[in-house]
Design a protein around this ligand. Sequence first.
Ligand code: DP6
Length: 331
Amino acid sequence: MPVTAVAPANIAFIKYWGLADRALGVPANQSLSMTLSRCVSRCTVDTIKGPDEVWWHEDGRARPADPVFAARVVEHLDRLRAFAEVDVSMRIITTNSFPTAAGIASSASGFAALTLAALTRVDAAVDPGRLSILARKSGSGSAARSVLGGYVLWPEDSEDPASAATTFLPREHWALSDVIAVVDSGPKATSSREGHFRASTSPHFGRRVELLGERLQRVRTALRERDFATLAEAVEEEMYEMQAIATTSRPPLRYWRPGTLRVLERIEALRASGVPVCATTDAGPNVHALCPDDAVTAVAAALSDDCETIIIDKVGAGPALSSEHLGMPTS
Ligand code: DP6
C-alpha cells in the first residue's frame, strides 16, 4: 500500500542564512519559524521493482519530474534507505498547494513530506527529532523545521548546530496569520542554497552572527508574551538584514523585485494607520505579511492591488499522514 504524507511550509521570523559547515549542511545560526497550514506539499511513496521513479503531480495528473529535482530526491532516498537499512526502490509522486520555488519554502515542505512518507513506507519508526535531522540532510535546511507544528526553533541546542528542531511554542499559544503577497510566482533566479554559500562573503556576515542572539531573544520574548509590536520590529529588522547580507555577498544576490518594495510600503502605511502587521521576505520576491488572525481581512484587502495573488495562511499543526494518495496516469 502507498503511504502519503502532507507537510507544511514554514516562514522564518529569524532566518537561517549561511552555513557553519558546508559539507554537513549545518546552519551558522539558530532560526525561528512559524509552521503554516495551507501551503503544503503532499507526497505519495510506494515501493516498486526496478529503478526509483520520481513524478510531479500537477493539474490532476502525474508527469516525470524535472531531472535535476528527481536526482535530488533519489539522493535523499539513498540517505533514508541507508538510515532504515533497507534496499528497496521507490516511486515518489509529489505536489505543492502553492507556487514552487518562489520563496515560499517549497523544498522545506517537499523534503519534510518525502522524509516522513518514505520512512513510514519502509516501517522505520522515527521520532520528530530524528525526522528533523534527516529532513535537514536533504539540503533544504528549513525542512528541519517543517516536521513540527507551531513556532519552531532550529537547531534546538545553540551549541550544537547539527541538532534537531524543537517546538518553541505550540500553535495554540498565539493565532498568527501569514498573508502572502505573491508579487512574482515564477521560479527564483538563484537558489537559497547558493545564497547560503555566498553569505559569508559579505563583509557584514560576521557582525550579523554576533547580533543575532539578542534579536532571537527579543523574538522569543515577544512570542511568549504575545507582544506584536516588539515582534514586528525584530522581524522586519531581520528581513532587512538578511537582504543586506544577500546584496553585499560577492557576487551580490538581489531577491527583491520592484513589486516587493510596493508591498513593503503598503504594509508600513497600514501599520501606521493602526493595523498590527509586519513584513518578512525569504530568498525570493514575495512578501509575507504577518498579523494576528483578526487583522487578516484588512491586510489582504490592502495588499491585493499590488500583487498577482494573495495566499492567506496561518500557524499550523505540522505534518501528518493522509489516506488521499496521489495517483499515476492510468493509460
Ligand atoms: C531565506 O536552504 O532551507 O528561507 O531549501 O530553498 O527552502 P530551501 O531553502 P533553505 O534556506 C532557507 C532560507 C530562508 C530563511 C529560512 O527559511 O530560515
